[in-house]
Unconditional design. Structure first.
Length: 538
């Protein structure tokens, strides 16, 4: 009986102690939050760091509100609340419990001000607090956040998080964040040298920036390690930069291929200098805009399919317009290149003005589907999904056209007309209709190029003018009428252009490329891959 009484007494004490302890903890945090309204920016940053050491995840919304300018102190009693403005009224939330705390007039409260240094301190604190989150993605983002803004104050929480972390990737980022904080701390030289090695292995620009920032203050063996690591990172970064430029060149080359491949067909088969080709690209982009507007207003659930839906529509619209232009104007001007050039230029001006009258001169918004938004890191390079899908799409269009030209009856007739028009006509091929449908095909391909370009460029009446000159350069350089030549020409010009830009600038780079093409054409007038045939060679 006596023993049972002792156990009961002990349990009663524990029940009483724990609520008091919890209440005391909340009271300490409340006092810390209320103190954020006092002192300068650096003092508030120190208080944020002190609060983050408690490891209380409930502080994250408070810090987020502080960074966003949504933390207020009540003038009457200096109690801090989270608040959202609604006219002259503040909708208040208790900073500790997160419970609604009623409303108040803005004149009775004062916003706690922040600057960039304080925001960085807040981001570091939020990162440190979320390192122990049960959500793997939250921990990963937190580790990256701490790495981006390293602070000695986060070391204790980082070391605790590393010990409990089971995900290999997240743990690696946490160790890198710890290394970034170590090199800026007052820890031992041995720990800092080990941290320098970890940062060197990471090998990106952020690691290089952290090491460069600590280079001047380091001494002895640590300074030597940092100098060597910086040299290695600079060499590796130069290689990654070259790779990034090659990727940009490939994506630019894919854009040029899309814009030029239809022109290569019409110019190669018909010998027509079509100055309205860029407007077909523009009409394809506006078709995408119209399709997306209809989907947004009537079928919002299909938005991710908007580009798939727009592709055949853009091909049909621009192909039909191309057929009308060929039958209505161009067929009367064969053999008269100057008149054809002027006529198609006039058509391009009419199409531009028509679009400008209907849609206005300003840019139109064409959205990115979710599968074309964002990007990912590959080593030291950044690859965006929209560019990646355009590269894939360009390759797909090229393969389909190659199959059409090599394996279909229409492709056989096109090649026959290209190589010897008179002989093809004597064999029963209706060369006028081959010309008409070839022009329609080239225009249709320009239309689907516009669908793709709407994802990376401004959709405006002048969209096509940005690509018409480059398209002609690609066609002439690669070889008139040769798809393989167009492919090689587009990718070559894209890569060379992007490799020259860091050294010459965009404008001078284009001028140099134009000069190089002129010199090349002097030696090979028919381009890289010249078509062979009796009509061509005569």
């Amino acid at each position: 009986m006596h023993r049972a009484f002792k156990i009961f007494t002990l349990l009663a004490c524990l029940i009483l102690i724990f609520p008091i302890s919890e209440s005391q903890s909340q009271q300490d945090i409340r006092l810390g939050i209320n103190s954020l309204s006092k002192g300068g920016f650096s003092q508030v940053a120190d208080k944020v760091a002190q609060l983050s050491r408690t490891g209380d995840i409930k502080l994250v919304p408070v810090f987020e509100a502080l960074a966003e300018g949504n933390l207020y102190t009540r003038k009457a009693d200096e109690i801090v609340f989270m608040g959202k403005e609604g006219g002259n009224v503040l909708h208040l939330t208790d900073a500790v419990t997160g419970a609604p705390a009623g409303e108040g007039t803005k004149v009775d409260f004062e916003r706690i001000k922040v600057n960039n240094n304080l925001r960085r301190a807040v981001r570091t604190a939020i990162g440190a607090l979320t390192l122990l989150s049960p959500d793997r993605e939250v921990r990963f983002q937190a580790a990256n956040s701490v790495f981006s803004s390293p602070s000695e104050d986060a070391l204790e929480l980082l070391e605790s998080a590393i010990q409990s972390e089971r995900d290999v990737i997240v743990k690696t980022v946490m160790e890198q964040a710890r290394a970034a904080a170590l090199v800026k701390s007052d820890r031992s030289v041995a720990e800092k040298r080990a941290a320098v090695k970890i940062l060197s292995q990471r090998g990106d620009r952020n690691a290089l920036a952290i090491l460069s920032a600590t280079q001047t203050s380091a001494e002895g063996e640590l300074r030597t390690d940092i100098d060597n690591a910086i040299k290695e990172l600079q060499t590796a970064q130069a290689l990654w930069d070259a790779g990034q430029n090659v990727w940009y060149g490939l994506s630019l080359g894919s854009v040029l291929l899309l814009a030029a491949i239809g022109l290569a067909i019409t110019f190669g088969v018909m010998g027509i200098i079509n100055m309205a080709h860029g407007e077909m690209v523009m009409l394809g982009a506006y078709t995408t805009f119209i399709v997306q507007e209809i989907i947004r207003s009537s079928y919002p659930g299909l938005f991710d399919w908007s580009l798939i839906i727009a592709l055949p529509i853009a091909f049909g619209v621009t192909g039909l317009i191309g057929l009308i232009i060929e039958r209505g104007i161009i067929r009367f001007l064969y053999g008269r290149p100057l008149e054809t050039l002027l006529a198609t230029w006039g058509v391009s001006l009419m199409l531009q003005q028509g679009v400008r009258s209907i849609f206005g001169p300003s840019n139109r918004e064409v959205g990115n589907p979710s599968w074309m938004s964002g990007g990912f890191e590959l080593g030291g390079m950044t690859l965006t999904y929209n560019r990646m899908w355009i590269v894939v799409f360009s390759a797909g269009v090229f393969v389909m056209l190659l199959f059409l030209l090599k394996r279909s009856r229409f492709g056989l007739q096109m090649r026959a007309v290209t190589q010897n028009r008179r002989m093809a006509s004597s064999m029963g091929i209706k060369t006028p209709w081959v010309d008409a449908f070839t022009f329609a095909l080239g225009s249709g391909i320009a239309g689907i190029a516009g669908v793709a370009l709407s994802q990376i460029d401004n959709v405006s009446p002048n969209l096509g003018q940005s690509y018409i000159i480059d398209s002609f350069m690609v066609v002439v350089f690669g070889g008139v009428g040769n798809l393989w030549g167009t492919l090689v020409g587009a990718l070559s010009l894209g890569i060379v252009n992007k490799l020259l830009e860091p050294y010459t600038g965009a404008v001078l780079g284009k001028i140099l490329i134009l000069v190089l093409i002129i010199l090349f054409i002097q030696r090979r007038p028919r381009g890289l891959f010249a078509l062979k045939g009796r009509a061509v060679e005569t």
